[in-house]
Design a protein around this ligand. Structure first.
Ligand SMILES: *Cc1c(COP(=O)(O)O)cnc(C)c1O
Length: 374
């Protein structure tokens, strides 16, 4: 059976976890957490990066930093993972869903302005498949209406928009290091904080509302409870696992890109014949080969395709039942404008196996896809 995903392992994970154990420090903010934070800061140029227990938690932290209150409205696509909405709904916000663009599956930047009301507080662009949203337009709208921007860059580690790393453009950026993402620590994530003035508060909320981070830096004599907070810091064991991968991030990137390009070149023929659609990457975007998907004509075609692949021992998956059509989405959200593409395009998409070190497995998948369309 060819799996849809295999969690990345690059070789030094066990060595670094063993080292974390011998340092007698496996709680949060140990040696490896600091190395990971620094790696993110150095690689992306962000003022401050902090590892978190997940991207969901990074987004929750961002929602707290945005001072989201009950009744506030937050704009996001409906075609996304539940966490994007959960983080804001937990703070009492109403979610306002905006349609996606069919080419990138990202929020349609041209429809955002129409969804803004006097209750709108934030825009949450989701960089689907590690391909950036149209950030210049989004930042311009946010500036005009004085809105916060929280980038859901869960899939966007090592991706860029006009040369800028995803997650560094909005007020806050959220990364995921879940086992299905390009770089992993099992469960984990990071928050990126653009303005240095926000980083003290972020550290405090992440550390149970205490100024422990300042204490550890010797800036205060003892640490105490200074604000409402939670515990969003991962164990240093998980950070050690992640650091092994971040250290060779380019190697993982190149390997995935190689598989992605193989798919894309192989399917050009089917695309040109109008049999399938393949991913579109705008010129100003550098993606990270997080995902390879194809689009079939409709949901019936897709079901047939997935079943055929499964019978041939290849797991392909679809995802994102649009949030506005889910029970919680109906309760906490509203779709602004017309759902022209969200539902229709979500029913056409199917993701092919893509993971680090796939090797020749890519060719097996390609030949089975061709068999199906024969
Ligand atoms: C994976 C993912 C998340 C959630 O990440 P976790 O680290 O599992 O919390 C959120 N948003 C998007 C778009 C994702 O792909």
């Amino acid at each position: 059976m060819i799996s849809f995903n295999v969690p990345p392992v690059t070789g030094k994970e066990i060595i670094y976890m063993q080292d974390a154990i011998s340092r007698n420090k496996i709680c949060g903010d140990g040696y490896y957490t600091k190395l990971c934070n620094k790696w993110i800061e150095d690689t992306t140029g962000i003022a401050k990066a902090l590892l978190t227990t997940s991207c969901t938690h990074a987004t929750e932290l961002a929602a707290i930093l945005c001072d989201i209150k009950p009744g506030d409205e937050v704009i996001m696509p409906s075609y996304t993972f539940v966490s994007t909405a959960d983080a804001f709904v937990l703070r009492g916000a109403k979610v306002v869903f905006v349609d996606i663009r069919p080419d990138t599956m990202n929020i349609d930047e041209k429809l955002i302005e129409n969804a803004i009301t006097d209750k709108t507080v934030a825009i949450v662009p989701v960089h689907y498949a590690g391909v950036s949203c149209e950030m210049d337009t989004i930042m311009e709208i946010a500036g005009k209406y004085n809105l916060k921007v929280v980038e859901d860059a869960a899939q966007g580690v090592m991706s860029k928009y006009k040369g800028k790393s995803l997650g560094t453009i909005g007020d806050y950026g959220c990364y995921s290091f879940h086992e299905t993402k390009n770089y992993s620590m099992g469960e984990g994530g990071a928050i990126l904080i653009r303005d240095a003035k926000d980083s003290d508060r972020a550290e405090i909320v992440r550390e149970k509302g205490t100024d422990r981070s300042r204490f550890l830096r010797g800036q205060v004599d003892k640490y105490t409870w200074v604000a409402a907070g939670s515990s969003y810091l991962p164990s240093d064991l998980n950070a050690a696992y992640l650091y092994a991968q971040l250290e060779v991030a380019q190697q993982v990137f190149d390997d995935r890109m190689n598989s992605w390009n193989k798919y894309n070149e192989a399917f050009k023929y089917l695309k040109d014949k109008g049999v399938i659609e393949t991913p579109f990457v705008p010129e100003e975007c550098e993606h990270n080969a997080h995902m390879y998907y194809i689009k079939l004509d409709n949901i019936e075609e897709r079901t047939k395709f997935i079943n055929y692949m499964k019978e041939n021992d290849i797991l392909t998956v679809f995802h994102y039942i649009p949030l506005h059509s889910a029970p919680a989405g109906r309760e906490y959200g509203v779709f602004a404008g017309e759902d022209k593409y969200t539902t229709k395009e979500s029913e056409r998409i199917v993701r092919l196996p893509l993971y680090y070190n796939m090797g020749e497995t890519v060719d097996e998948v390609i030949s089975k896809v061709y068999k199906y369309f024969e």
